[in-house]
Write a protein that binds this ligand. Structure first.
Ligand SMILES: [Cu+2]
Length: 194
C-alpha cells in the first residue's frame, strides 16, 4: 500500500523505480533489438550464401607453386611455337535412356590430342571451341594426377595461353566434362637445338 500512495503523489518518479513498470518496458526495447539482430543475421547469412555460390562458379586457375615448376602458363606473351587445338564432336551415342543420351550422349575430342612441345620453349596453344551449345574446359594433369591448371573454353570462342613446360616427359590433359573421350597428352621433348 505505501507504494500505491507514493505513485499517486509522485507519478513522474514511477517509471524509474517501479519494478513492474520497468519489466513492461523491457519487451518493448527487446522487440526492436531482436528484429535488428535478425536483420544482421540475415545479412550475414546472405553474404555467406553468396560467397559459397561464387566459389564453385569460379574454380579456374593457372599453375602456381609446385605446379609452376612443371609448367608455367600465361594469358599472353611471346611464343616460339604455336598450335591450334579444336574441340570436335566425334560421335553421338544412340543407346540408353533418352534423358541420359540427351545429357551425356555427345562424345567430344580435342584435335589434335597428342602434341609434342620442347622443354623451356614458350608455346602458344589456341583452343577453339567449335560447339555453339557446349562449354568445354581444359585441365592439365600432373605426374601425380594433381590438376596443374584448370580453365574454361567457352562456346565458339578461341581461348589462348602460352605454355612453357619445364620437365620432359608426358603430361596429360582433359576436359573434365567430357572425359575420358575428350583427353590428350603433351610430349615434352628436350630443348630444341638451334
Ligand atoms: Cu568438353
Amino acid at each position: 500500500m505505501p507504494l500505491l500512495e507514493r505513485r499517486g503523489k509522485y507519478p513522474q518518479a514511477v517509471p524509474v523505480n517501479d519494478p513492474l513498470q520497468s519489466r513492461s518496458i523491457q519487451p518493448l526495447i527487446g522487440a526492436p533489438s531482436i528484429v535488428l539482430i535478425l536483420i544482421v543475421l540475415a545479412r550475414f547469412a546472405s553474404a555467406a550464401g553468396s560467397s559459397s555460390i561464387t566459389k564453385p562458379a569460379d574454380p579456374f586457375f593457372l599453375p602456381t607453386g609446385d605446379a609452376a615448376k612443371i609448367v608455367t602458363v600465361a594469358r599472353e606473351g611471346d611464343a616460339e611455337a604455336g598450335i591450334t587445338v579444336l574441340t570436335e564432336a566425334v560421335a553421338i551415342k544412340e543407346r540408353g535412356p533418352q534423358p541420359t543420351i540427351k545429357k551425356f550422349g555427345e562424345v567430344y575430342a580435342f584435335s589434335p590430342n597428342f602434341i609434342a612441345v620442347h622443354r623451356d620453349q614458350p608455346t602458344q596453344i589456341e583452343f577453339w571451341n567449335l560447339q555453339p551449345d557446349d562449354e568445354h574446359d581444359f585441365a592439365l594433369v600432373g605426374p601425380d594426377l594433381k590438376i596443374l591448371m584448370y580453365v574454361k573454353l567457352p562456346p565458339l570462342k578461341k581461348t589462348t595461353y602460352v605454355f612453357t613446360f619445364h620437365r620432359e616427359g608426358v603430361i596429360g590433359f582433359k576436359c573434365l566434362r567430357h572425359q575420358p573421350a575428350m583427353s590428350g597428352q603433351f610430349l615434352v621433348l628436350p630443348p630444341e637445338t638451334k
